[in-house]
Design a binder for this molecule. Structure first.
Ligand SMILES: Cc1cc2nc3c(=O)[nH]c(=O)nc-3n(C[C@H](O)[C@H](O)[C@H](O)COP(=O)(O)O)c2cc1C
Length: 311
């Protein structure tokens, strides 16, 4: 079994050192490990051309507007595809993971289209874990997005087994002075190995509990007067004690959250309430809509020439 570590921070930086501790623990448990620094890879950003979506919907082999050999994304995606475990390690940049992680995630759709990724054939246990480091405690959006990158890249739908977040670690390498954090990263690696080596039972989560019992994070949005987990779409109401919110009484349908089959069908259905899609044909518009769109795009296309970079 292979565990791949994705490092998104500085070379030998704090997140990478923690990642290496986690990978070493996996190796000590007898697993094969490898490390990838995202900054060593050329990944062109998704332009939203929808070529891969069209291929997916028409059943054609996946293609991307970027030829596969024009950058390293396919190589990267294939390595992730071959891994059973994925550990993403990143610094917080502006409350979130660094852009390079999102650039990779955005491109992933065209690169991976396998039954293994879709979890379709003999169930394979694939798990992921996240390690996050912030210079301060400005990390509110960080872990949910980092976890999302890992679980989506792996296609394992919230098979997150552990996550750790370290605050107040700004200088490169200063994590080496924090034995507690290094031990926690080792434990994270052991948890990944334990879940991969387990031969039966569901994948379990070993990290700190957040408010949401599904993604274990605590980012909620208020919708229709109720609270809803921002990543899972799971609903509930606040528990108020002495005028303070002390928790959430979740009562949404767990089968209808974003990560369920129903959630995926809902996502597709939502798109197709706006526009019909026919296999082999693509989106189907009325003549009136086609005219509005063709004329409009032509006219708006003439308005305001974008300012080009001076080179
Ligand atoms: C562009 C940039 C933005 C950053 N934004 C944040 C932030 O929003 N919150 C935070 O806690 N730290 C922030 N930091 C600090 C890094 O998270 C911190 O230095 C971390 O240790 C870097 O990890 P690394 O050594 O693994 O690269 C930022 C650093 C950079 C370079």
């Amino acid at each position: 079994m292979k565990v791949l570590g994705l490092a998104m921070g500085r070379r030998n930086g704090n997140s990478e050192i923690l990642l290496k501790h986690a990978l070493k623990a996996c190796e000590d448990e007898g697993l094969e490990v490898a490390l990838v620094r995202l900054h060593d890879y050329k990944i062109q950003p998704c332009t939203g051309c929808e070529l891969c979506t069209k291929c997916e919907r028409s059943g054609e082999p996946m293609r991307c507007m970027y030829p596969w050999d024009s950058d390293d994304m396919k190589q990267l995606a294939d390595m992730i595809e071959a891994a059973d475990g994925l550990i993403c390690a990143a610094p917080a940049y502006h409350l979130m993971p660094p852009g390079i992680g999102m650039v990779m995630l955005n491109r992933n759709h065209c690169c991976i289209d396998s039954p293994r990724h879709r979890g379709e054939f003999p169930f394979v246990r694939r798990v992921c874990a996240s390690i996050g480091v912030g210079g301060s405690d400005w990390t509110s959006l960080f872990m949910p997005i980092l976890n999302f990158i890992g679980t989506e890249m792996l296609g394992s739908r919230m098979h997150l087994v552990d996550q750790m977040k370290l605050h107040r670690t700004p200088a490169v390498g200063m994590v080496l002075c924090n034995q507690e954090a290094l031990d926690r990263a080792t434990q994270l690696g052991k948890n990944v190995a334990y879940e991969l080596k387990k031969t039966e039972g569901p994948v379990e989560y070993h990290g700190e509990e957040g408010m949401c019992p599904i993604c274990h994070n605590s980012i909620v949005v208020i919708r229709n007067g109720r609270m809803s987990c921002a990543t899972c779409d799971y609903e509930g109401d606040p528990i108020i004690e002495n005028g303070r919110i002390t928790g959430i009484k979740w009562d949404g349908d767990i089968e209808a959250t974003r990560w369920s089959m129903h959630g995926h069908e809902h996502h597709d259905a939502e798109q197709f309430t706006a526009v019909k899609f026919e296999k082999g044909k693509g989106y189907v518009f009325t003549e009136e809509q086609k005219e509005l769109m063709t004329k409009g795009r032509e006219e708006w296309g003439k308005y305001l020439e974008p300012v080009m970079p001076k080179r």
